[in-house]
Design a protein around this ligand. Sequence first.
Ligand SMILES: Cc1ncc(COP(=O)(O)O)c(C=O)c1O
Length: 390
Amino acid sequence: MIYNFDEIIERENTNSIKWNFNRENFGLEDVLPMWVADMDFAAPQPVIEALINRARHGIFGYSKGTDRYYQAIIEWMHKRHDWQVKREWITFCPGVVPALHWIVKAFAEPGTKVVVQTPVYHPFFRVIKNNYCEVIINPLKMGPEQYLMDLENLEQQLDNRVRLFFLCNPHNPVGRVWQKEELIELGKICLKNKIIIVADEVHSDLICQGYKHVPIAALSEELAQCTIVCTSPSKTFNMAGLQISNIIIPNPDLCRKFRDVLMLNQVGGPNTFAITAMESAYFEGEEWLEQLLVYLEGNLNWLSEFVKREIPDLKLVRPQGTYLGWLDFRCFRLEPLALKSFLLKRAKVALSDGYIFGQGGEGFARINIACPRSLIIEGMERIRNALKNI
Ligand SMILES: Cc1ncc(COP(=O)(O)O)c(C=O)c1O
């Protein structure tokens, strides 16, 4: 089947956070939403049909994954990431962010330190602070061509209160797909200091041409034993609203501890529809994903060329993975709140403000390119026209 990603599907009146709440979110009706990380594309046709069939059954009682549920995940990880996952390593959670919260609860006491590499997905800060732990910031550094981890700075900041390291791979918002050598170096430091690596790999299926996702837990048995991997079909297949994630923990002690916390917090089984959708997506959604990746690459190429040609002072940090572009507005010398206001009120686009991602995000904005190309054109033309009058 050929999918048409150019099709505009109205999302107004679907309870979409992105499309239904401009007034609540921004105090404005007429901004083009290009912020929160979901896509404006329909999920794969087999997923839609599976959900319709499941809905027709009419009974939506308590649910639990069967062998098919685990097989779907195991086969997907093997097929897409060359990673052989065992069934007993997998634990359902209603989302990656809730999982991160319970991971901190399970493995950190109040006062424990957790490392994050900014600019980074902002709920990381919240899940650490809400558990009375301390955020240790190891800012990414800009290398000659791409963002890099600053491992020297990391080592200098470590002490015996650092228990967890949040790895975002691919890294939202800068789009880095961390390479094997970089992960090995990071892994050495974490192993030496007995730090648990929490690998948020929610974007790992969304990899641009020329790059490959490497699950850090697949690199060695030692690394597998100290890593907790957060995965989900929700970004890949645009089903975040179904609330499903799978937390993969090869170390049986860590896995048990995590499950104990879930029990303590009364976390139940998956939503009936989430099970159906995930199984169908992993077993039958690959063809859609391959077409999606080609379309996204086209969007990225368009964006990159437009920025170079029409707004040369603006710089796009081209992502290697994710469907998020990291736009560098620093040349325009606007304070973070002035940039926010400029984008919303003058350009009439709602991007994600760079400063919310922490140190190093000031002066940037994140654009979601997982939408029909015509919307990106509209959004970028609005930005170009507004910048002309700055
Ligand atoms: C790095 C990262 N982790 C987690 C999430 C959200 O995951 P969930 O919706 O499963 O809580 C996002 C969503 O944008 C993300 O970018």
